[in-house]
Ligand binder design. Structure first.
Ligand SMILES: [Zn+2]
Length: 429
C-alpha cells in the first residue's frame, strides 16, 4: 500500500514535533522528509496542512462488544455491577451479538484514531472474526474462567486451543493467553494454563488489583498479592499486560518490571466504578512500562483514548499535587509506543522509518484546537476522539471523516442493523 502525506505536523520519537512529508511504501513508513532540500523533491499525495499526524493510538485494554451494554448498571460498585447488571445479559449473548458489538466497538475505536486494540471477551472466535473484518490490529484472547464451584466444562482446553489454532491471514491479529482475573479463576486452572503456555510463549492479558477488596481477598486466599500470585503460578513467565493495578504495591511493580508485565491504566473506568487511582508515576519510576486503555464501554462509557490521555495527565498532577509529573509527551507515549510495547508489537507505535504506517490524523479545524502552540499539549489537553480526521493502518486509510470509501462508511448501515438486532434480542432496548 503506497501513500504520501504532505505538510504534516508530525509527533516524532524523541519528544519532538516537525512539519514534513511521510512516504509510505508497502504499508511501512519509507521516508520522513523534513528539511527544505528533502521536501523540494517530495512526491505529492494528500495535503495535510493544518493537521497533526501522530502514531496510531493503542488501546491496551478493551472489551469492545460491551458497546451493547453502554449505560447498563450505572452507579453500582464493581462486584454488584458485574453480578447484577452485566453477567446476566452476557449470559444471553450469542456469537452474533458479540460480532455485532465488536464491529460497533471497532468502528468507534477506528474513528477515534485507534489502530491497535487488546480485546478480552467471551465468544472470542466470533469476536476475532468480526475484528479482522474491520482492518484494525488486535491482540485477542479467550478469557480463562474457573468459578469456585468448578471450571466451565472444557474451558481450559478452549483457552489453550484458541492460542494454539489462532491464525490471521492478514497478520493484523494475534492471540495471547488470558485469565479474566485471580478472583474468577482457581490455582489449578492458572497453573495448567501456564504449563500449556510453555509451547506458545505468549504474554498474559489479565485484570489485576482493580479494587481494594479484590486485592485483599487475594492476600487472604493465597497469602500473596494478585501480581505475586500470578508470577508464582507461571502465568507471567512470558510477560503480560495487567489492567488497572490500582492497589498494587511497590513490590508488585518490581515484579512487573522484572517480568516484562506492563501496567494498563484505565482512568475513566477506575473513576466510574470508584476503584481508586493507579500509582502510574511510581510504577514508571520502578521500571514498569505504562500503557493506556479505555476498558469496556459499559464502565467508561466511550472508547475515546483522547479522554483517557486527558484524564491521565490531570489526575496524577492533582493527586500528587505536582504539575511537573506526566508531561504531554509522556502521556502520548503511554497511548502509543508504550501500548505497542505492552502488546509485543515492536513494529508500530512511532512515526519512524521502517515502522508500520499506523497513523492518526487530527484535524485542527475547530475553535478548541487553535492556536496550536504546542502540538503534544493540544493532543493531550484539548483534542477529542471526534477530532480525528483519518485513521491509517498498514498504510491503508481505514477511516476518513468525510468521504465515501473508508471501511466505516461502506459498512455502517449493515453494522447498525446487526447492532440494533442484538440490542433487541438482549432486551437492552
Ligand atoms: Zn476490563
Amino acid at each position: 500500500m503506497n501513500l504520501v502525506l504532505n505538510n504534516c505536523l508530525m509527533i516524532l520519537p524523541g519528544r519532538k514535533s516537525a512539519v514534513g512529508d511521510i512516504v509510505v511504501t508497502n504499508g511501512k513508513i519509507d521516508k520522513i522528509l523534513i528539511s527544505p532540500e528533502e521536501r523540494a523533491s517530495s512526491p505529492r499525495g494528500i495535503d495535510l496542512s493544518g493537521a497533526i499526524v501522530m502514531p496510531g493510538i493503542v488501546d491496551a485494554h478493551c472489551h469492545a462488544p460491551m458497546t451493547l451494554l453502554r449505560g447498563v448498571g450505572g452507579g453500582l460498585p464493581l462486584k454488584r455491577w458485574l453480578e447484577e447488571a452485566i453477567f446476566p445479559i452476557e449470559a444471553r449473548m450469542t456469537d452474533e451479538d458479540v460480532a455485532a458489538g465488536m464491529t460497533w466497538g471497532a468502528m468507534e475505536l477506528l474513528a477515534g484514531g485507534v489502530t491497535c486494540v487488546a480485546d478480552m471477551y467471551e465468544h472470542s472466535l466470533a469476536g476475532a472474526a468480526a475484528l479482522a473484518e474491520t482492518g484494525i490490529k488486535a491482540n485477542v484472547c479467550r478469557p480463562g474462567l474457573a468459578f469456585s464451584d468448578g471450571t466451565p466444562k472444557g474451558r481450559l482446553e478452549e483457552c489453550i486451543d484458541f492460542v494454539r489454532n489462532f491464525s490471521d491471514p492478514n497478520n493484523r491479529l494475534v492471540a495471547d493467553i488470558c485469565i479474566h482475573s485471580e478472583y474468577l479463576t482457581n490455582e489449578k486452572f492458572c497453573r495448567a494454563l501456564a504449563e500449556a503456555n510453555r509451547e506458545f510463549t505468549r504474554p498474559l492479558n489479565v485484570h489485576v488489583s482493580e479494587t481494594k477488596r479484590e486485592h485483599e481477598e487475594c492476600i487472604a486466599r493465597h497469602g500473596k498479592t494478585p501480581i505475586a500470585y500470578l508470577a508464582e503460578t507461571g502465568l507471567l513467565d512470558y510477560g503480560g499486560y495487567a489492567a488497572h493495578c490500582v492497589w498494587c504495591t511497590d513490590d508488585d511493580f518490581k515484579i512487573m518490571a522484572d517480568r516484562n508485565v506492563s501496567l494498563v491504566h484505565n482512568p475513566s473506568s477506575n473513576m466510574k466504578l470508584a476503584s481508586g487511582f493507579a500509582r502510574v508515576c511510581r510504577a514508571a519510576e520502578l521500571g514498569v512500562n505504562v500503557a493506556l486503555g479505555t476498558d469496556g464501554p459499559a464502565s467508561n462509557d466511550n472508547l475515546d483514548m483522547f479522554e483517557e490521555m486527558h484524564l491521565t495527565s490531570l489526575i496524577h498532577k492533582g493527586v500528587l499535587l505536582d504539575p511537573t509529573v506526566l508531561s504531554p509527551w509522556e502521556v502520548i507515549e503511554m497511548a502509543t509506543v508504550n501500548g505497542a510495547k505492552a502488546l509485543g508489537r515492536y513494529d508500530t507505535g512511532e512515526i519512524a522509518v521502517g515502522k508500520a504506517a499506523d497513523l492518526c490524523v487530527v484535524a485542527l479545524d475547530k475553535p478548541h484546537l487553535n492556536p496550536c502552540v504546542d502540538a503534544a499539549n493540544l493532543i493531550v489537553h484539548s483534542a477529542h476522539a471526534s477530532d480525528v480526521a483519518m485513521t491509517i493502518v498498514d498504510g491503508r486509510i481505514v477511516y476518513e471523516r468525510s468521504p465515501e470509501q473508508s471501511w466505516i462508511d461502506i459498512n455502517h448501515e449493515r453494522a447498525e442493523f446487526d447492532f440494533e438486532m442484538s440490542l433487541r434480542r438482549l432486551k437492552i432496548k
